[in-house]
Design a protein around this ligand. Structure first.
Ligand SMILES: Cc1cc2nc3c(=O)[nH]c(=O)nc-3n(C[C@H](O)[C@H](O)[C@H](O)COP(=O)(O)OP(=O)(O)OC[C@H]3O[C@@H](n4cnc5c(N)ncnc54)[C@H](O)[C@@H]3O)c2cc1C
Length: 179
């Protein structure tokens, strides 16, 4: 078992688990944020999600204070190999060299939202300094000085274009704060 306070960084937890020869969390490498946030949004990648490991959650009101994860005994070297593979996959397929909020839209009906946006011809579209990534169309990157309104306007444009072209309503995976 791993017991972690909610503010522990997910990436630190991955490393701590591997250093202790525990396996099961390798898929989470490269996901920014805390274990508390990951549990709240049920972070997932590469076919796994955090709820599969959660055995107990301590809460105060609605705030997650700590989490217990049930891990399996593993092998440090094997885990490091898996992590390397996942990290390379992310580096090749995601625009990690720019700030972004990660994937903007949920995948829908087994279709990658990124693929739909790509097929709608929107890759590289810019509003201000916000741009639909050429590398992964479900990411909106900040080239330098993008405003939240630029990002919001791009999201609106994507939803409108995908609806017109494919009659599919994309739904945001991100949450809006302060709008
Ligand atoms: C480059 C990039 C790649 C990403 N890749 C992935 C991916 O592969 N898979 C994936 O699932 N996500 C991915 N994300 C999104 C990321 O998982 C989430 O943003 C992150 O897991 C949320 O954790 P956080 O600590 O940042 O929470 P925040 O973003 O700060 O909060 C998210 C939500 O959880 C709530 N919350 C946070 N902490 C607590 C707590 N202790 N108790 C109760 N509620 C809380 C907040 O109020 C909010 O509603 C990616 C993001 C980026 C930028």
């Amino acid at each position: 078992m791993i017991k972690a306070d909610a503010g522990v960084k997910l990436s630190d937890l991955v490393k701590i688990s591997i250093d202790n020869n525990l396996t099961g969390l390798e898929w989470a490498i490269g996901i920014p944020g805390t274990i508390g946030g990951a549990v709240k949004v049920n972070a997932s990648a590469f076919g796994s999600n955090i709820s599969e490991l959660v055995k107990d959650i301590k809460k105060k009101d609605n705030i997650i204070i700590s989490v217990e994860l049930e891990m399996k005994k593993g092998n440090k070297k094997e885990s490091q190999k898996i992590i390397k593979k996942y990290s390379e996959y992310r580096k090749e397929g995601q625009p990690l060299e720019y700030p972004s909020a990660g994937c903007i839209f949920r995948n829908i009906l087994n279709q990658g939202a990124g693929r739909l946006i790509d097929q709608a011809g929107l890759k590289g579209t810019k509003i201000g300094d916000a741009m639909i990534s050429e590398k992964h169309a479900n990411f909106i990157i900040n080239l330098n000085n993008a405003k939240s309104k630029d990002v919001k306007d791009l999201i609106k444009l994507i939803k409108k274009t995908v609806k017109e072209k494919f009659d599919i309503e994309l739904e945001e995976e991100i949450q809006y704060l302060g709008f």
